[in-house]
Design a protein around this ligand. Structure first.
Ligand code: NAD
Ligand code: LMR
Length: 331
């Protein structure tokens, strides 16, 4: 059996944490032959609840779970982690935008970025806590030891939502939808790019010739789905968010199959689409060998797509401006 992979998770006693830990420990992330260890971080008042989750993990008797650390000290949780998944932070409530969380959650990522920098030299980092693109920017800015290509912010839930909507409209299984790009911010300005998506190998726009549905219903349904879930369940998405986090880590950890790609926010430096450098911006991504990745180049973008892509970049620039006092030396 191979050496365990260490996954550190913040906010481990929260609702996404609860939906994620058991799947990782049972082999649902890296497969049935790969042991894992977990480093779980919580704020001090939540350690009691986290202890209850630990009891349940123990009671599952997962053979692949080779160790757990639960702590309120970031450096202890992150030590030598292969992956750090930053989930801890406030979720929004009905009527709020994700950007409304920026001043509450942003400061969490200064210290956590420093802790990753100090104790997790080989880590790759996925930020889930909102606003995730800009929280990732803050953490990265405090971690000069980690190369820029190790930082990711989660737009996979948007990708999965977009695939589900297209599949339902086309009357096919969701597995038939491929090449689904989410461009930009995990916010209402994101652009779910149906024009470059495929359904059963054919352009989605041919399979769904209803262009007004695609532009006027599909895009806002995907972009506003998080708010719709909050309205319906009285709490933000949890199981689907945990699922998307695992999809994101898995896609980065194994080479991309065939001609497909996935969506995740990465550092925009050197991108072929002219998105301003330094932002954490969601692109179509292919994993090369389970470590390196590249942005899929040369996708056709019409004027409408271009203006949506630019609007989301402008929003991320505004978010960066709103947290400039929190940014560290590594940008
Ligand atoms: P939750 O309130 O159920 O859990 C959050 C947990 O984080 C709590 O247990 C809290 O004690 C902990 N926490 C707070 N500050 C912390 C810190 N400094 N260090 C460690 N832990 C800390 O919330 P949730 O539903 O699990 O959502 C977590 C975050 O994920 C929210 O910001 C939410 O908006 C975001 N989210 C993002 C996506 C996405 O697609 N990117 C999807 C769903 C939710
Ligand atoms: C989501 O997209 O479901 C999450 O980002 C939670 C939210 O606040 O919408």
């Amino acid at each position: 059996m191979s050496q365990p992979i260490k996954v550190a998770i913040t906010g481990a006693a929260g609702q996404i944490g609860y939906a994620m830990l058991f799947r990782i420990a049972s082999g649902g992330l890296f497969g049935p032959d790969q042991p894992v260890t977990l480093g779980l971080l919580e704020i001090t008042p939540a350690l009691g609840a986290l202890n209850g989750t630990l009891m349940e993990l123990e009671d599952c008797a997962f053979p692949l779970l080779h160790g757990v650390t639960a702590t309120d000290q970031a450096e202890e949780a992150f030590a030598d982690a292969d992956w750090v998944i930053l989930v801890g932070g406030l979720p929004r409530k009905e009527g709020m935008s994700r950007a409304d969380l920026i001043r509450a959650n942003g400061p969490i990522f200064t210290g956590q970025g420093q802790a990753i920098n100090a104790v997790a030299p080989r880590a790759r980092v996925l930020v889930v806590a909102n606003p995730c693109n800009t929280n990732c920017l803050i953490a990265r800015s405090h971690a000069p030891n980690l190369p820029a290509d190790r930082w990711f912010a989660m737009t996979r839930l948007d990708e999965n939502r977009a695939k589900a909507q297209l599949a339902a409209k086309a009357g096919v299984n969701v597995g038939e939808v491929s090449r689904m790009t989410i461009w930009g911010n995990h916010s209402d300005t994101q652009y779910p790019d149906y024009k470059n998506a495929l359904i059963s190998g054919r352009p989605a726009t041919e399979v769904i010739p209803d262009h007004s549905w695609l532009a006027e219903t599909f895009i806002p349904t995907v972009a506003k789905r998080g708010g719709a879930v909050i309205k319906a369940r009285g709490a933000s998405s949890a199981a689907s968010a945990a699922n998307a986090a695992l999809d994101s880590v898995r896609s980065a950890s194994f080479p991309t199959k065939g001609e497909d790609w996935h969506s995740v926010a990465v550092v925009s430096d050197g991108n072929p689409y002219g998105v301003p450098g330094g932002l954490m911006y969601s692109f179509p991504i292919r994993s090369i060998d389970g470590q390196a990745w590249s942005i899929v180049p040369d996708l056709p973008l019409d004027g409408d797509a271009r203006s949506r892509i630019d609007a989301s970049a402008r929003e991320l620039e505004q978010e960066r401006e709103a947290v400039k006092d929190l940014l560290g030396p590594a940008l």
